[in-house]
Design a protein around this ligand. Structure first.
Ligand code: PLP
Length: 485
């Protein structure tokens, strides 16, 4: 590895720390000893683990060099549809790192964590106000866990009325986690086809909705980036037939301050804080998928709940119909603080503006690219738009080739091959954080790639060529993962 160091320009190579270490190097210096030597007990003396000896600069450069192999929201435009990778204002991190928050132990007595408990209750109230719903739990650790929570709430509601329906309707445009969460809760997900406009029709839901159906999961705006225009009629129909409506509010970033969810009649809704409220996006790290409910589902919410009594805040488990505990302690607090900070720093008017800009940006991309890429649903979109590779098929260039090539232009690829109802989907979500200049750069890059598809398709089949890791055999990578360095 060392032999090739420096031969790849700024695509930096980097050996393992074990290869880099040299006996005797130190990353620290201690002050001279000013106490008597005290011999260690036998059990504490051993060779210790085989860690490499490294200097401070070895370690700093190692991790900094590794970080250059990756692309993040702080690096540039990250148009990943459905996952909503948006830039997170640093003030949110600063607030979450305040010593009173960052240093609070989950087992701290409640008298010593009044500020944190108050923040949680205020965040619940803000999310309730934003959605129009009546009560909120902050416990679920991700959107998917929010969905599971919602399913458990629906199950508990039916059970309390002596009902045991076995099915849940899920549109074919839904995120894969929807049917999975329903199944995890013991329901049988039944797929409902979207219509030629990419949305649900009242008729298709009416056909599927029977006595044995607990309800429906509806994502609005849906994963095609389209507003479910028949939402109110569908909700009324499901209610008339004894079902409840689960709203997947992961795409709430398109309708903040614009849509009152409770007015549509939706009974339970989850939010993805990492999509809508600008908290860091998973990557295996902590997330949060709060669940908002209307009055009739409140008794079933998870415990403990934060309650206020005479100006003091405390946890209460005194909710006899609760579905129980969903997460250790009270959810992923650091993420919740960031969302609180985002909401407080923006305020109501700017939250609405964030949604308006997200929708404007997506429509701008759609209009600028629709002459180049096939647009299956040519109508105003919400926060994201979906193209396909149909126009490039003649040159034998596929969505995957174009997505890979985008990396050579310095952009993260968009979401591809999702939603499943669109063949060769290219789903772009610019988010509200991108300027017109950045959107134009992305459009220019995609147009240049479409030209290359016609003139030099082989270049696209080889892409990416300017990244640390070149085109992978993705099947082999999945089947025979190489997990060692
Ligand atoms: C529409 C929709 N629903 C649910 C989810 C699941 O959220 P999470 O990834 O936090 O589990 C996502 C993920 O981005 C989503 O886009």
């Amino acid at each position: 590895m060392t032999a090739v160091l420096g031969t790849t320009g700024l695509i930096l190579n980097e050996p393992l720390l074990w290869e880099k270490g040299k006996p005797g190097r130190r990353g620290f210096s201690l002050p001279p000893r000013d106490v008597e030597i005290s011999p260690l007990g036998e059990s504490l003396i051993s060779q210790g683990p085989d860690f490499p000896d490294l200097s401070e600069v070895d370690v700093v450069r190692h991790f900094t060099r590794l970080s250059t192999w990756n692309f993040g929201v702080d690096t540039g435009t990250y148009p990943l549809g459905s996952c909503t990778m948006k830039y997170n204002p640093k003030i949110n991190d600063k607030h979450a790192a305040l010593p009173g928050f960052a240093g609070a132990h989950p087992l701290l007595p409640q008298e010593l964590s009044q500020g944190l408990l108050r923040l949680m209750l205020e965040l619940e109230r803000m999310l309730a106000e934003i959605t129009g719903m009546d009560a909120v739990t902050l416990q679920p650790a991700a959107g998917a866990q929010g969905e599971l929570t919602g399913m458990l709430l629906i199950h508990a509601y039916h059970k309390s009325r002596g009902r045991k329906p076995s099915k849940i309707l899920v549109p074919d445009t839904a995120h894969g986690t929807n049917p999975a969460s329903a199944a995890l809760c013991g329901y049988r997900p039944v797929s409902v086809a979207s219509n030629e406009h990419g949305i649900l029709s009242v008729e298709s839901v009416a056909k599927a909705m029977d006595e044995d159906t607990a309800g429906i999961m509806i994502t609005n705006p849906n994963t095609l980036g389209l507003f479910e225009e028949n939402l109110k009629e569908i909700v009324d129909l499901v209610h008339t037939r004894g079902g409840l409506v689960y709203g997947d509010g992961a795409n709430m970033n398109a309708v903040l301050g614009i849509m009152d969810v409770a007015c549509t009649g939706i009974d339970v809704l989850h939010l993805n804080l990492h999509k809508t409220f600008s908290t860091p996006h998973g990557g295996g790290g902590p997330g949060a998928g709060p669940v908002c409910v209307r009055k009739h589902l409140e008794p079933f919410l998870p415990v403990p709940r934060v309650v206020e009594k005479e100006g003091r805040y405390e946890f209460s488990c005194n909710f006899p119909q609760t579905i129980g505990k969903l997460h250790a302690f009270y959810g992923n607090v650091g993420v919740l603080i960031r969302a609180y900070s985002y909401i407080r720093t923006l305020g109501a008017a700017n939250l609405k503006k964030a949604s308006q800009l997200a929708v404007l940006n997506a429509n701008y991309i759609k209009e600028r690219l629709k002459a180049t890429f096939h647009l299956p649903y040519d109508r105003p979109c919400m926060h994201e738009c979906v193209f396909t590779d149909r126009n490039q098929a003649g040159a034998k260039v596929m969505t995957l080739d174009m997505a890979k090539r985008l990396m050579d232009y310095g952009f993260h690829p968009p979401t591809i091959y999702f939603p499943l109802v669109v063949n060769g989907a290219i789903m772009i979500e610019p988010t509200e954080t991108e300027s017109k200049d950045d959107l134009d750069r992305l459009v220019d890059a995609l147009q240049a790639i479409a030209e290359e598809a016609n003139n030099n398709p082989e270049q696209l089949h080889q892409a990416p060529t300017k990244t640390k890791v070149r085109r992978l055999d993705e099947t082999a990578a999945a089947r025979k993962p190489c997990l060692a360095g």
